[in-house]
Design a protein around this ligand. Structure first.
Ligand SMILES: [Zn+2]
Length: 350
């Protein structure tokens, strides 16, 4: 979840119109293909929102446009198993894989019909505690809290604080601050902080449990050969903030739980959050030791032949709400934004 600064987005749009620099980059930076990362696919419901949450959503119509456009641009939509095979063999046309993180109910309700209608494959990375309804969607809880309240009272360890959230600016600032705090919590700190922030302000995890799939829905997806079920840990903690044994358990246990439910192998994994602060060399080693074929981060980049040597840290390109523009997507596929974010090496790994 690395946001692209608005100034950079504007510069990119201008560049796209005026200087076809991305067309010069494309031969070097577009690689063999791309893995797209998406979260929610829901109709635009309007009303006040916290920008970070709204940006994790695209509309079903935009998803259809993206799929149809990448096919028009010469990409073949393939599964993660096919991507793995192509990286090992070094064969095949330019490809695009579509992946949907977390296990939202709209993956079942809105995404699945779009791919099924076209006979195209996609993958969903499941956080098993979201399906078990034992872990709350904290960023949904936080959005509700911020939008409902003008000030938020918080007490923890004898310290009392009152956060102001009276206008949109204050709400956005507080969202950024509290989100960074929550992502940085260790698993030991997490339950007390969450309770202090949400339950004492009458926001409860159960209010949001219907936003993620049931096991019946996960199992129904798994029965369709077009759908790949991948793992995304048990609890969606920041793995870098866990001791190695706990981090490995989070990864391995989600794989085993999913395999028990779907009655088949789970061969693909995505790191929660997936940026440098939550998935690095240690996490790559831990995930690789769990026996996955591919593991994906949230670093921005296309897929190259040499990624066959980096299967534990494949970059993706996020399709986000704030970028619901095909021109910007085209720029990202050219590799321009990857250069701006990661430097000149086209093969993004760590
Ligand atoms: Zn996630």
């Amino acid at each position: 979840m690395v946001p692209i600064p608005p100034a950079l987005q504007r510069a990119a749009r201008v560049a796209h119109k005026l200087v076809p620099i991305h067309e010069l980059l494309r031969p070097l930076y577009s690689g063999k293909g791309v893995i797209f990362a998406l979260h929610r696919v829901v109709p635009d419901r309007g009303g006040p929102r916290i920008a970070a949450n709204a940006s994790l959503e695209v509309t079903p119509g935009f998803l259809e446009q993206v799929i149809d456009s990448v096919i028009e641009w010469g990409y073949e939509v393939i599964s993660l198993d096919q991507l793995h095979q192509r990286l090992l063999n070094g064969t095949g046309r330019r490809f695009a894989c579509f992946t949907f993180d977390d296990g939202y109910v709209d993956t079942y309700q809105n995404v699945y019909p779009i791919f099924r209608q076209r006979g195209l494959p996609f993958a969903v990375y499941i956080t098993t505690a979201y399906i078990d309804k034992t872990m709350g969607l904290w960023h949904h809880m936080l959005e509700t809290l911020l939008l409902e309240r003008e000030e938020i009272r918080f007490s923890l360890g004898g310290r009392h604080q009152v956060f102001r959230a009276a206008d949109a600016n204050e709400k956005e600032t507080l969202n950024a601050r509290l989100s960074a705090k929550i992502i940085g919590l260790s698993s030991a700190e997490y339950p007390r902080f969450i309770e202090a922030l949400f339950e004492r302000n009458d926001v409860y995890p159960e209010q949001f449990f219907d936003r993620t799939m049931s096991w019946e829905q996960v199992e129904a997806l798994a029965r369709d050969p077009l759908v790949t079920i991948g793992a995304h840990t048990v609890n969606h903690f920041n793995l870098a903030r866990l001791p190695a044994d706990k981090a490995r358990w989070e990864i391995a246990e989600s794989k085993h739980l999913l395999e028990d439910h779907i009655g088949g192998p789970v061969a693909h994994f995505a790191y929660p959050y997936g940026g440098p602060g939550s998935a690095g060399a240690r996490e790559f080693r831990l995930a690789a030791s769990c026996g996955f074929k591919t593991m994906t981060t949230m670093r921005e980049g296309n897929i190259f032949a040499t990624h066959r040597n980096h299967l534990s840290c494949l970059p993706r390109i996020e399709v986000r709400g704030r970028h619901q523009e095909l021109a910007l997507l085209d720029l990202r596929l050219s590799g321009l934004l990857s250069i701006l974010k990661n430097g000149l090496n086209p093969v993004v790994t760590v």
